[in-house]
Design a protein around this ligand. Structure first.
Ligand code: 13P
Ligand code: SF4
Length: 301
């Protein structure tokens, strides 16, 4: 039997649904029932009727799906796929800042461990961070763990005092504005679309800044014939499939998230066969880390 057919049969037998982030390989995206950015996937996770979610993404995504669906089985296509940025903040430092300022709001990017989420008042994704921070009653906001997204949000919401963290996405943070300028000189007709995890020099020079879904929406709705895409290379698959005739250029070296790329159709098949390594979270942590995710979904409504 062909692998896609086998996966379909096992999904049915396990009452499973496959969710994938745009940064996984095209052949994995093609096997998924739903492909999206972090916000879309967390909303989807709570709407789906299936009892098992198989996640093609990194561990914080599977953890978030489990936090939002404690009664469901959440399987990871590659349990070792992790996001380095998710670990780049110290809960003890957060507790100390809260002690110094009891009115501080703590906002945690969804790209974070459950332990870090548990320290936060509300989670955000790149798709809703600006709106949610703007809507908070507090004026002082600690934003964790991405310094680039935090700085971008701070610029959009000048009425708030945002305390900037030190974390970063290794894939986006290494994007260089000189390289974007080189591509602009080669393709003057192209618009620059950037993810807010990119450094300021890149987002400042962009025509559009937004989440991966935002970038896809902008490219589809624009009349421009070409785009310089400053985010992970996995978005090339939906961009080229959905926009025939438009050209897409990526800065060099090609921005690739190594952990996302470890997921393969063979691993999906194997996990569906064995049901191995379901995501498990300690019950106390579960309650504490779910609260800011629920708050995000409530505020984003
Ligand atoms: P979004 O998909 O939410 O834009 O986030 C990008 C990312 O880095 C996910 O790991
Ligand atoms: Fe983490 Fe960056 Fe990979 Fe997203 S692209 S999972 S933020 S390392």
């Amino acid at each position: 039997m062909e692998i896609a057919q086998e996966i379909r049969a096992l999904k049915k037998a396990r009452d499973a649904v496959i969710l994938a982030h745009y940064y996984v390989e095209p052949e994995v995206q093609e096997l998924a029932d739903y492909v999206g950015d972090s916000f879309f996937l967390s909303k989807k996770a709570v709407e789906l009727p299936q009892s098992t979610i198989l996640f093609c993404g990194v561990s914080f995504m599977g953890e978030s799906a489990k936090l939002l669906n404690p009664e469901k089985t959440v399987l990871m296509a590659e349990p070792a796929a992790d996001c380095p940025m998710a670990h780049m903040a110290d809960p003890r430092a957060v507790a100390e800042l809260r002690r110094q300022d009891p009115d501080l709001a703590v906002v945690c990017y969804i790209n974070s461990t459950a332990v870090l989420k548990a320290c936060a008042d509300v989670c955000v994704t790149s798709a809703n961070a600006v709106d949610i921070v703007r809507a908070l009653p507090q004026r002082r906001v600690l934003f964790l763990p991405d310094r680039n997204l935090a700085r971008y949000v701070a610029a959009q919401v000048p009425e708030k005092e945002i305390l900037l963290p030190n974390g970063f996405c290794p894939t986006h943070d290494r994007m260089l504005s000189d390289e974007v300028e080189r591509l602009k000189a080669l393709h003057p007709e192209a618009l620059v679309l950037a993810h807010p995890e990119c450094p300021q020099a890149v987002t400042d020079g962009a025509d559009y800044v937004g989440s991966t879904s935002g970038i896809l929406r902008f490219a589809a709705g624009s009349d421009a014939p070409a785009f310089i895409i400053c985010t992970e290379h996995g978005v090339r698959h939906p961009l080229t499939r959905d926009n025939p005739g438009k050209a897409f250029y990526f800065p060099q070296p090609t921005p690739v998230c190594p952990d996302m790329k470890t997921i393969t159709p063979q691993k999906i098949l194997q996990i569906l066969q064995t049901g191995a390594h379901p995501v498990e979270i300690d019950p106390a942590l579960m309650t504490a880390a779910r609260r800011p995710l629920d708050e995000m979904l409530r505020l984003a409504r």
